[in-house]
Structure formats: structure tokens, C-alpha cells
Design a protein around this ligand. Structure first.
Ligand code: FES
Ligand code: FES
Length: 164
């Protein structure tokens, strides 16, 4: 059966007709210009296809697009210039081929939204479902730590500005 759904992808509404079995991964890549969403394993085991749906991480290779009518989807290519998580990944050289990185970046965003000052263990726990075949795990953890620090500095700066 087909249905028309509206996906708000990186702030832009896309009305698409989907079949019951259409995967969110394919709809995002082929019909919503979100080509940063990557297919790795295709079975929910690597995290490469992660997107945020209303702020929650979703393995888009397992998600049926029809279930996301009205959802606000964030993909890595929708993050703004100057995004502190992306910048921290670059500054920490937390990538080699880069294939896995959109998923790691979005998982990191989810973590920092829930827990602005995660411990190293909390970072590794949150990212444990994401696989990097190039093995840049230590750089990725360092990048998340540095993004958290940068956000904390920005918050402190804002508070000082308010109290001045
Ligand atoms: S491609 Fe979706 S989890 Fe691997
Ligand atoms: S940087 Fe190559 S798979 Fe992670």
C-alpha cells in the first residue's frame, strides 16, 4: 500500500509517496537530497545510516519511511557551518575514509543534547553501536570531549555576558 508522508528534512518539507516497505534510508538519499546518509551493513549493526528523528537517533536502514510522517529529520549534511561537533571531528582528525562519520556525528549530537558533559565511558557507551572500519575510535572520543568542552565554554561566556 502507498501513502503520502511529509518528512521535514533539515528544515525543508518533502512530501513523498512511499510504499509500506520503503526504508527511510532510501527515501532520504534518493528523494530528499540527503546523500550524507550512508548505507553500511543494511541490517542495523553498524550505525552508518544513523539520522535523528525528532532528536532521537534512528537506524534508517531499518526504519520504515511511512512511520515518520511529520517527523523532523536531521542528517549530517543539514548541520550548519560552524557546528561544533563537526569542527571537533575535523580538528581531532577523527576520520580516515569518513564513511562512518555522519552516523558518529549525529550520535554525538544526541549524546550532548542529553548529557552536555559526558565522561569518556559515557561517550564510548553511547557510540558503541557505531562501527568505524578505519579504527579512529580514540580520535572520535577525543572529538566528542572537545565538542563538549567548547560548548561548555560558550555557555560560560553566555552566562558571563548575561551577568555583566
Ligand atoms: S547501515 Fe544501518 S546500521 Fe548499518
Ligand atoms: S573513518 Fe573510515 S569507516 Fe570510519
Amino acid at each position: 500500500m502507498s501513502a503520502t508522508v511529509e518528512l521535514i528534512v533539515n528544515g525543508v518539507a518533502h512530501r513523498v509517496v512511499v510504499e509500506d516497505e520503503d526504508l527511510l534510508l532510501d527515501v532520504l538519499r534518493t528523494r530528499a537530497d540527503a546523500t550524507s546518509v550512508r548505507e553500511g551493513c543494511g541490517v542495523g549493526a553498524c550505525g552508518a545510516c544513523t539520522v535523528l528523528a525528532d532528536g532521537r537517533s534512528v537506524s534508517s536502514c531499518l526504519a520504515l519511511a511511512a512511520r515518520y510522517d511529520g517527523a523532523r529529520i536531521t542528517t549530517a549534511d543539514g548541520l550548519p557551518d560552524g557546528d561544533e561537533v563537526v569542527d571537533a571531528f575535523v580538528a581531532n582528525r577523527a576520520m580516515q575514509c569518513g564513511y562512518c562519520i555522519p552516523g558518529f556525528v549525529l550520535m554525538s549530537h544526541e549524546l550532548l543534547a542529553e548529557n552536555p558533559s559526558p565522561s569518556r565511558e559515557e561517550i564510548t557507551d553511547h557510540l558503541e553501536g557505531n562501527i568505524c572500519r578505519c579504527g579512529t575510535y580514540s580520535e572520535i572520543v577525543a572529538a566528542v570531549e572537545s565538542a563538549a568542552e567548547r560548548r561548555a565554554e560558550a555557555r560560560d561566556g553566555d552566562l558571563m555576558g548575561e551577568s555583566a
